[in-house]
Write a protein that binds this ligand. Sequence first.
Ligand SMILES: [Ca+2]
Ligand SMILES: [Ca+2]
Ligand SMILES: [Ca+2]
Length: 473
Amino acid sequence: MVTLIKNSILFVLMLTSLDAAVPWWNSDWHYRVPLTISSAVSQQTGKLNVDFTTLGLPGDLDENSIRIVKEDGTLLAQQEFTDILYNDATDELNDGQGEIKFILEEEGDVTYYLYYDNVDHGNKSVLDSTYVINGNFEHSNGSTPTGWSTGSANIGSNAPNNEVHHQSSEGETVSVTDDGGTDDTETVNNTARTGDAFHLHGYRDRQESDSKKEQVWIEKTLDVPTSSSGNFSYWFRIQGWDQATSNTAYDRFRVYVNGNIIDPNTLSINNSDIAIYSEVYGKDASYRRFGDLGWTQARLDLSAYAGSNIVIRIEQESYGDNGYKAWQLIDDVEWSLNTTIGLGDQEEAPIAKLSMTKDSCVLEDPINGTTNPKRIPGATIRYSIEIRNAGGAEASAVVVTDNLNSSFDYGTIRNLQIQDGVCDCLGTSAASNNGSSGSANGENPVKLDFETLAEGTDSTPEIECGYFEVRLK
Ligand SMILES: [Ca+2]
Ligand SMILES: [Ca+2]
Ligand SMILES: [Ca+2]
C-alpha cells in the first residue's frame, strides 16, 4: 500500500555577490557600463557626458554612487562625477546626467568600468575628496579649492582674495567699491563660467595695501602624458579698475610652469580688451574705468613638458598703488583631454539562479525490512532535496523548510545532513549533524540550512543535497 505524501516547501534565501567575465567590483552596486578607450596615454584626462536614464538605469540615479573601476577591481586614483555639468554647460542637479572625468592610468586599448546605482538600492557614500580633479571648482570644500594649492607673497596688512566662490550662496552679483582708488562702487558679475563655483584671486573684497606689489596664486601639480599631451587650458575673467601697461607696471596676470614665466603670447588668448606683453597680460583700457573683460580661454601647449611632472601657477600681481583694484575669476581648467571614449551597454550585477529537486526513497518497512521495502505504515522514508545555483552570484542564507503532513511520525525525524554534489537517495549513508545543518531530530517543520552556495553556470552549477529521514505512521 502506497501512501501519497504531500509536503510544502518554502525557500528562504538572500542573494549576494558574484562573478562575471570581468569580475563585478562590488555587489552593493547594481549597474555598470564599460568605457573603452583606444590609443590611450596614461595621465590623459578622460572626459565624457553620461545620461544614465538613456543607458537604461531604472529609477533615480544615486549621484554619489558613481565610480570608475579598472578591470583588476581597483578604483582610478583621480575621478569625479559632476552633476552640475553636461556637454560643457551648466546642468540641472539630480537629473540623472552629468560629466565624468578621470585620469587615465594605462596605455593603448583600455577598458574601464563605470559603476552606478539608483537610490532604490540604498544611498552610497560620496567618494572621498582625495579622488577629485576639481578643475571646475565644483568639488571644492566650501571656499577651499580641493586639489589645488594656493599661495601669496609680499602681502601687507590687507589680504587679497584667493578662494572659491559659489554663486548659489553669494548671488549672481556683488557690490564692489574701489577703496583707495576711484572710490567708485560697481555691481559686479559673480557667476561661474559653468556650474556654481569658480576661483577668484586678486583684490576684490579688500583694498590693496602698503604700496607693496602683492602676489597671489593658485597652483596645480600634474603629470603630463608622454605623448598626445594636448593643452592645459583655463578660463579667466578679469574685472576691476586697474590696467596692465607693460611687464612691470600696474595690476597684471601671469602663468608659470615650474617657476618659469610663460609668454602670454603663446596662450592663444583671443580678447581685444586684454593687453598682452611678453611676461604678463591684463586689462587693456585705461585705469580708473571699471572693466569686466568677460570669460576668456587661455591654452598652454604641454608638448614641451611631455612625460614630466609639472607645477602650473596662475598668478595675479598688484602694483604698489594701494587702490584701483583688479582681480581674476578662474573656472573650467582641464588638460590633456581624451574624449574618444566608447560607452558600452549597461550590465546588471550577476544574481544567483537557484533550482530545487525533491525526491524520496524507502529505506525499510516493518514487513520486508531493507529488502525491496515498500511505502507502507511504519516504513522509513529518506528525502533528498537537491539545490543548484547556476547563476553568476553566490547565494547566501539558503534555507529550505519542509512542513511534513500528519501521515508522518514527527518524533522519528532524524539524520539531517547536507552534502556537496548531486543527491543519491539510496546511496548515501545515514548521518545526523543534529541541528548544525538546520533543525534537530524529531522537529517538524524540517529546516535544512544550506548556508551559501557558490556561484555557478548553467553547464556547471554549484550543487548541494540535503537529506532527512522520517517514518510513516
Ligand atoms: Ca545633472
Ligand atoms: Ca565651475
Ligand atoms: Ca591696483
